[in-house]
Design a binder for this molecule. Structure first.
Ligand SMILES: N[C@@H](CCC(=O)N[C@@H](CS)C(=O)NCC(=O)O)C(=O)O
Length: 217
C-alpha cells in the first residue's frame, strides 16, 4: 500500500531539514519503505481538506490505505512498530527505546523549539533577552543531563532506535541556530553519527530537492 506524507511546498528553514517531515522521511528510509510526498502551501495547510487529516493545520501527515495519522512522533512510532529496524525485539529494550522517543519530544524538544519561536516572534519585545537566556539555561540543563547519560556510547540505549532518530532531529535544530550543541562534544558527535547514516542522507537530500525545486520555480 502506498504511503503518502505531507511536507511544506517551500520550507521556511531553507532546506536545512528542520521541518518535522524530515523525521518521518528518515524513519521510512531506515525501514526501507518507499513513500510519496504531497506538498502543501501554508494556505492549503489551513484549508478543510488538510484540516480533516491534521486538526491543527500542520505538516506532516501520514496516509496508508484507510489510516490517516498526524503528529510526527506518533507517525515514527507507527512506522517503527510495523517494520523492523527502529525498535528492539526485546520487550524491555523496546519499552526503553519508546521512553527515549517521549524524552526527545516531551523533555528535550520544548525549550529548543521555544527558543526558535522566541527568536522569530519576540525579537522586538522588551523581554526578549531575558526570555532567550532563560530558555538557554533550560536547554543547557537538558543537554548536560543527556550528555552525562550518553557518555561514550554511540546511541542512547544499545543499538540505534527510533528514540535516537527523534533525539537527533531535535538536537539538529540547535546545531543549525546556535553554538550551544558544541559545548557538549559527545552530543555533537552523536548528532554527526545520526547525520552520517545513509537513511538520514537520503531523507535530507529528498527534502532539500523539494526546497531547491521551489526556489528555482
Ligand atoms: N507536534 C507536531 C508539530 C507539527 C508542526 O509544528 N509542524 C510545523 C512544521 S515543522 C508546521 O506545520 N507549522 C506550520 C503551522 O503550525 O502553521 C508534530 O510533531 O507533528
Amino acid at each position: 500500500m502506498t504511503i503518502t506524507i505531507t511536507a511544506f511546498e517551500r520550507s521556511p528553514d531553507g532546506g536545512k531539514g528542520l521541518a518535522r517531515d524530515m523525521r518521518v522521511r528518515w524513519a521510512l528510509e531506515e525501514v526501507g519503505e518507499p513513500y510519496d510526498v504531497r506538498l502543501l502551501s501554508f494556505q492549503a495547510m489551513k484549508e478543510p481538506a488538510h484540516l480533516a487529516l491534521q486538526p491543527f493545520g500542520q505538516i506532516p501527515t501520514y496516509e496508508e490505505g484507510d489510516l490517516v495519522l498526524f503528529e510526527s512522533g506518533a507517525i515514527v512510532f507507527h512506522i517503527a512498530e510495523r517494520r523492523a529496524g527502529l525498535l528492539p525485539d526485546d520487550p524491555n529494550a523496546r519499552a526503553r527505546a519508546i521512553a527515549w522517543m517521549f524524552a526527545a519530544l516531551n523533555t528535550v524538544e520544548p525549550p529548543i523549539f521555544d527558543r526558535t519561536l522566541v527568536r522569530i516572534l519576540e525579537r522586538d519585545e522588551p523581554w526578549y533577552e531575558k526570555r532567550l537566556s532563560a530558555l538557554e539555561v533550560s536547554i543547557r540543563r537538558r543537554l548536560a543531563d543527556l550528555s552525562r547519560h550518553l557518555g561514550d556510547a554511540d546511541w542512547l540505549d544499545g543499538a540505534f532506535s527510533a528514540g535516537d532518530l527523534l533525539m537527533v532531529t531535535v538536537l539538529l535544530r540547535l546545531k543549525a541556530s546556535s553554538g550551544i550543541l558544541d559545548e557538549y562534544p559527545n552530543l555533537s558527535a552523536y548528532v554527526a553519527r545520526g547525520e552520517a547514516r545513509p537513511a538520514y542522507k537520503r531523507a535530507f537530500d529528498a527534502q532539500l530537492a523539494v526546497f531547491k525545486a521551489a526556489s528555482a520555480g
